[in-house]
Design a protein. Structure first.
Ligand code: FMN
Length: 161
């Protein structure tokens, strides 16, 4: 799959097959994701591979669609607000890389904001200042959602003199 196809066909998957995804493949996609741009090579991502005991305590309406793998992707603290924003931006790039790499091999991902809650932060043992950018279920899609149209990009484009 070429990059354009991967970008255009990735979907936010909400229902997964129970079939396992090889751990080595997930690690391979995470390693590839680390080639994301990051200012001053801070590599500000951290990943929690969430096991069943911890997962059972996370409140979520459908247990992350039954995905066989659940990751939390964190952004490390910055020493200034600018650093913090740069870290968060780099981790977002990391996440998109990861999702595209998985998708290119037929594996779906979702993105949940459930990690923003204080309760979930505590369950995951996240230190103050570290951001939970996303909880990411990973698995073979049971249902692939229909694409959602985007506005023409020209509607978002402003020409400056
Ligand atoms: C920062 C962020 C947080 C998100 N949180 C959620 C969420 O809590 N629950 C959810 O169903 N989708 C969440 N999403 C996924 C979006 O809903 C999804 O990407 C959007 O509907 C577009 O669908 P697509 O990714 O399939 O094109 C999140 C996406 C981002 C970037």
């Amino acid at each position: 799959m070429n990059v354009m196809d991967a970008i255009m066909t990735r979907r936010n998957v909400k229902l997964f097959k129970p079939d396992p995804v090889a751990r080595e493949k997930v690690l391979e996609w995470l390693q590839a994701a680390a080639y994301a741009p990051n200012h001053r090579m801070t590599e500000p991502w951290e990943i929690l591979w969430i096991g069943p005991e911890t997962r059972a305590q996370i409140p979520h309406k459908n247990n992350f669609g039954g995905a066989p793998v659940l990751l939390a992707v964190l952004s490390t603290p910055g020493s200034t607000p600018v650093d913090r924003d740069e870290h968060y931006a780099a981790v977002s790039c990391f996440l998109q890389n990861f999702m595209l790499a998985a998708h290119a091999e037929g594996v779906g991902t979702g993105w949940s904001s459930a990690g923003l809650s204080e309760k979930v932060r505590e369950l995951l043992g996240v230190e103050p200042g570290t951001e939970v950018v996303g909880l990411i279920p990973v698995g073979y899609p049971e249902v692939t959602p229909a694409p959602k149209d985007r506005a023409p990009i020209t509607a978002k484009l402003k020409e400056l003199p």
